[in-house]
Write a protein that binds this ligand. Structure first.
Ligand code: GLC
Length: 435
């Protein structure tokens, strides 16, 4: 039996099959190129940060190429920052002047992106920041870029969070009415005062966003939409979104498995970061994708395009590397989930399982010498076994055959005979057709 989650309010049926998406963080922060939180980190005042607005000119922006790169990497959907915490909007919002059409690039950057990805049959997701360090009515709280301003209290007297709420809701309405069917809405994020925060913490949560009303509008406008879990509401969300770490097991809430999506970066920051040296390798990223699906989750992998409008060569080489693996192995990712409890992953391996075809996939992270021990999968249950990269048969032996070498092997252990040389792919996969 495969683990099941309970029905979600939005339509997650395609999501749990597609498994792999592209996150895009793109905004003015691509120019400082030293983290998308740079305005907060360096406490940059609006009038200084404005230089990025004045110089934002991604002349090499080619959304067709972005969509092509993502699709070739095996990604099936994308989620783009319509607005990040800095407040800058990629589309031609009627509710603000702080938008791409008013920068040197002079046009809506979101619409052609949506079109390009849709053309390749990819589902469309919008990330929208609840936080806004540019809007004049957004009250200054403990993560605001002006949190240490000497006149913080005085400034806050002139700010009206209610007006910001109307702006936030109005923009979400624009996004959900102006771009056709939107498959995912990814709000980010809430940080109310809780016991984990320091005493006296000034944050924001459901009250400051009027999350309940926002939620109702979202479901009214696009009832099927997949909504993330960052509105600070107890129910109503569809997916849990662990970020920058790999959960150890299928993500559970009150003991119940839920639909989940890990979001991960290539190098640490989400926006384009010129000098970061902590880039993950293709091997690591492919293993991360497999690990996620082996625990019943999705992976949303992020690219931070440059200020010229390109995916830089480090991102492209990762995407191509993943695509090279996916070309031959996507069968062990799409439509797959955590394997039924009875199957135990062999040493250094991850299992995924396709319930429709009854095939089990053994992903071998560290290639062993000659033999792979499958515990709890008796030989009789396996109809056929092959390496996925080239559909070459791998033979299956009963434990008795290897009693001399390995001593007392259990009767329901199965031994797979592997070539000594690791197949030439980052993670070899053995496909088991089960009876
Ligand atoms: C965080 C950060 C952010 C990023 C997001 C992605 O909450 O604020 O910069 O956009 O995670 O999950």
């Amino acid at each position: 039996m495969v683990l099941q989650t309970k029905q979600t309010p939005g339509d997650t049926s395609w999501f749990v099959k597609d498994r792999f998406g592209l996150f895009i963080h793109w905004g003015l922060y691509a120019l400082p190129a030293r983290h998308e939180w740079v305005k907060h980190r360096e406490e940059i005042p609006d009038e200084i940060y404005d230089k990025y607005f004045k110089h934002f000119d991604p002349d090499l922006y080619d959304p067709e190429m972005w969509a092509e790169l993502a699709s070739n990497a095996g990604m099936k959907y994308f989620v783009v920052t319509t607005k990040h915490h800095e407040g800058f909007c990629l589309w031609d919002s009627k509710l603000t002047d702080y938008k791409a059409p008013n920068t040197p690039v002079g046009r809506d950057l979101l619409r052609p992106m949506v079109d390009a990805f849709r053309k390749r049959n990819m589902k469309v997701g919008f990330y929208h920041s609840l936080i806004d360090w540019h809007h004049p009515d957004f009250t200054i709280d403990d993560i605001h870029s002006m949190r240490n301003h000497p006149n913080r209290e005085k400034l806050n007297k002139t700010r009206d969070q209610q007006k910001y709420i109307e702006y936030l809701h109005g923009q979400v309405r624009e996004l959900l009415t102006g771009f056709g069917k939107i498959d995912i809405l990814w709000f980010d994020f809430s940080y109310p005062a809780t016991q984990h925060r320091p005493k006296g913490w000034v944050g924001k949560g459901r009250k400051e966003w009027d999350s309940e009303r926002l939620y109702k509008m979202v479901r009214e406008l696009q009832p099927h939409i997949i909504l993330d879990d960052r509105l600070d509401l107890d129910d109503g969300w569809d997916i849990k979104t662990p970020e920058q770490f790999q959960p150890q097991d299928w993500v559970k809430i009150n003991g119940q498995p839920v639909v989940w999506e890990a979001c991960q970066t290539f190098s640490g920051s989400w926006g384009y970061h010129r000098d970061e040296e902590s880039w993950k390798s293709v091997d690591q990223l492919v293993q991360m994708l497999i690990d996620t699906v082996s625990k019943g989750g999705n992976l949303l992998l992020n690219v931070g395009p440059t200020g010229r409008g390109e995916f830089d060569e480090r991102a492209i080489s990762r995407l191509n590397g993943i695509g090279e693996w996916m070309k031959r192995h996507s069968r062990s990712i799409y439509n797959c989930t955590q394997a039924p409890e009875e199957f135990k992953a062999p040493k250094d391996c991850r299992l995924t399982y396709n319930p429709d075809t009854n095939r089990l996939y053994v992903h071998v992270f560290a290639w062993p010498f000659k033999h792979l021990f499958l515990r709890g999968i008796p030989k009789e249950r396996i109809e056929y076994a092959q390496l996925l990269n080239d559909a070459s048969e791998v033979q299956i032996s009963s434990p008795e055959v290897h009693r001399l070498e390995y001593g007392d092997v259990k009767p329901d252990d199965t031994i797979i005979e592997l070539p000594v040389k690791k197949p030439n792919t980052v993670v070899p996969v053995i496909e088991l057709f089960l009876k």
